[in-house]
Design a protein around this ligand. Structure first.
Ligand SMILES: [Zn+2]
Length: 247
């Protein structure tokens, strides 16, 4: 079966293909993640070549044929190229991390409206608030972990069911999840959180307004979430863009 689909999409990565074309990995609203060829994109005169840049939000018309590995893009229009993000090195590193996350965690050909809209929203938010890129990225990372089925149990200790919000220290074991201070003594602990930091993670994972935060705390949380994903998801190889920026 083949169909012509007009959809919004975000370019995740792209490679040169032949002398004239490019193949792009695209995350789309209607078809999910897929590979597409953009013919003629390497020509300096090509409009589609210019706008098919990584992270750009586009409207594309895809000639989609079932079973074919690489689909064909026949039309491409720019919605947003997030100029403020691209002018800011730190914001770019977090925005590129978003494309790395989708590339590594989202399976191909599985459209998910909620994840697509959240990704579009977070890129817009970072673009309008480049100085808060790290904050929005951390919230997005927690959202993706939840939506891809790796959600945490924040409320109660995985061993004794005690309310974790009251524990002075909260431990984390990759297999068991979060543990209260008492149960932490009896198990291998991969991460340990002070009460304040643990409650901050809970706030970040919910729709709670946060006015003040420390960048160093967000660094710790991102590091923890990255290790957590690396442990549980085979195909997840970490966030290279952030490492590049921090190094
Ligand atoms: Zn416990």
């Amino acid at each position: 079966m083949s169909e012509i689909v007009k959809t919004k999409g975000i370019i995740l990565k792209r490679i040169d293909f032949s002398d004239s074309s490019r193949i792009a990995s695209l995350y789309t609203e209607k078809l999910g993640k897929l590979s597409c060829i953009i013919k003629g994109a390497r020509s300096p005169k090509s409009k589609s070549g210019k706008i098919a840049d990584i992270l750009n939000l586009l409207t594309v018309v895809i000639y989609n044929k079932e079973g074919r590995e690489v689909q064909i893009i026949s039309e491409i229009d720019l919605i947003n190229h997030f100029t403020k993000i691209k002018a800011d090195l730190e914001a770019s590193s977090y925005a590129f991390s978003i494309s790395e996350i989708i590339d590594q965690l989202i399976p191909e050909h599985e459209p998910n409206n909620k994840i697509f809209l959240a990704t579009e929203k977070i890129l817009n938010l970072i673009n309008e608030n480049v100085d808060q890129a790290q904050f929005f990225f951390t919230k997005y990372l927690l959202f993706i972990i939840k939506e891809t089925g790796y959600e945490f149990e924040f409320e109660s200790c995985s061993q004794c069911s005690k309310n974790l919000g009251e524990s002075e220290k909260v431990g984390f074991n990759y297999e068991l999840g979060f543990l209260c201070g008492d149960c932490s003594k009896d198990h291998l602990i991969n991460f340990e959180f002070e009460k304040e930091l643990f409650n901050f993670i809970i706030c970040l994972s919910k729709r709670i307004e946060i006015k003040n935060y420390k960048s160093a705390d967000l660094d710790k949380i991102i590091f923890f979430l990255e290790k957590y994903l690396s442990y549980h998801v085979d195909q997840f190889k970490g966030l290279k863009s952030i490492k590049f920026f921090k190094s």
